[in-house]
Design a protein around this ligand. Structure first.
Ligand SMILES: [Mn+2]
Length: 427
């Protein structure tokens, strides 16, 4: 299924006059604060977030999985689904593949299909957290950290294969997330596990083309519950530094213990020029992988505050970040969920762009705590939705994405084309 942009424009006509009224009101409010709208709109139009190939079907828990219907059953259909989201929002211009779930049969074919939807390939993701059929060695007790050198060699070779596949598609980065760790005290030697992992990452790094980046993701627990080899940003950063200048830390919002100050982590990593990218999601308890911004929108805003500050004060030359949604959709239509996530990311970004940075810096210098809070919350409490709608409208996307998605009957049509029982590869 492919969405005709003329259909989107047609639906926009009905919403246009009400939208213009709301946007004009906001534009005047911002003008009074000395904030011109056009640069904000240009920033919003430029922000593209990658959609991972594993987020297009229904996720599940270890207790069960409930199908959505019309799920993509091959890589081609996954690309079509991202194309649908991009046609409606013009803000999901990239797809992130997971190997081996999404190995393309013909790279040129797949690249052309993606290009027809206006999509490029973002970071490729390796998988050594589960065993594949006919794999000689098991990852039950770890991959890059394993005590047995032949298991480590197999895991290294898999990552090099992922790089080769990514290269053929035009990707420029690899994300490594390791499930390695231990579930019981005494199970492994912390130092040996770290040293094995470091040596393996260095080998993978050495096999990367020189214009590629490696993103090292961290997570404090799960699937191992006593220790993870890369539990936190400090460990990830130390490994990245030991690999080389093209290795970076990747922050997944759900990969923190409750109440961790993620915005502070973002700030320090950018100061060091080592923040590579972001996996967006939201959570109440742990790695819940919920729709971005649905539980803690203020945290997301505070993170964007640091990201923008980091981009504007970039002495360490932190490169442009890789943005990706990393969520699991257990109840909602995955495409609707992803559209909502894209919206939440852009809302947080737009609000953070409104912060009066000079006034905030002065308040901090003068230790005026009250004023600092007022400045942040004035920006946060501004309803920027008309700004997002205007950015979308100018890009040829939908003024109201969820309404448009439903009026176009996307899901019923996908069910008609693909059936009710297809299962997307992934978690
Ligand atoms: Mn992630």
């Amino acid at each position: 299924m492919k969405i005709d942009t003329a259909q989107v424009q047609e639906l926009n006509k009905r919403l246009l006059s009400e939208h213009q009224h709301q946007f004009e009101f906001l534009r005047q409010q911002l003008d009074k604060q000395g904030i011109p709208s056009d640069p904000l709109l240009a920033n919003l139009q430029a922000l593209q977030v990658a959609i991972p190939s594993w987020a297009l079907g229904a996720g599940g828990t270890r207790f069960g999985r409930f199908s959505t219907g019309g799920e993509p059953s091959c890589l081609e259909e996954k690309i079509d689904d991202v194309g649908i989201i991009h046609a409606i929002t013009q803000s999901a211009g990239a797809i992130s593949l997971h190997i081996p779930w999404d190995i393309p049969n013909d790279a040129t074919d797949i690249q052309e299909r993606a290009a027809a939807h206006g999509l490029v390939f973002d970071a490729v993701n390796s998988n050594t957290f589960q065993d594949q059929p006919n794999q000689p060695h098991s990852y039950k007790f770890g991959s890059l950290c394993h005590t047995d050198a032949s298991v480590r060699a197999q895991a290294i070779e898999h990552n090099l294969e992922v790089i080769r596949i990514g290269k053929a598609l035009g990707s420029k980065s690899i994300t490594v997330w390791l499930a390695d760790g231990s579930s019981f005290p005494g199970q492994l030697n912390f130092r040996t596990a770290y040293q094995n992992t470091r040596a393996a990452l260095q080998e993978i790094y050495a096999g990367m083309p020189s214009d590629w980046k490696m993103y090292i993701e961290y997570k404090p627990y799960e699937p191992n519950f006593y220790s993870m080899v890369i539990p936190d940003w400090g460990t990830s950063l130390s490994l990245a530094q030991d690999c080389g200048p093209n290795a970076y830390t990747l922050v997944d919002l759900g990969h923190h213990l409750p109440n961790t100050n993620i915005e502070q982590i973002v700030s320090i990593l950018m100061m060091k020029g080592r923040l590579g990218g972001f996996h967006f999601n939201d959570s109440k308890y742990g790695d819940d992988d919920l729709t971005v911004g649905n539980v803690k929108p203020y945290q997301l805003f505070l993170i964007f505050n640091e990201l923008i500050y980091g981009m504007e004060n970039n002495a360490a030359a932190n490169p442009p970040l890789a943005w990706m949604i990393d969520a699991s959709h257990n109840l909602k239509d995955p495409l609707e969920d992803l559209i909502q996530s894209l919206e939440a990311i852009r809302i947080a970004y737009a609000k953070a762009l409104l912060i009066d940075r000079e006034a905030l810096s002065n308040a901090q210098q003068e230790n005026d705590v009250t004023r600092g809070q007022e400045i942040l919350q004035t920006a946060f409490r501004t309803d920027v939705r008309p700004l997002l709608a205007e950015a979308r409208y100018r890009s040829g996307a939908a003024i109201a994405p969820i309404i448009t998605y439903r009026e176009l009957s996307v899901r019923p049509q996908l069910i008609k084309e693909r059936g009710n029982t297809t299962v997307a590869t992934g978690l």
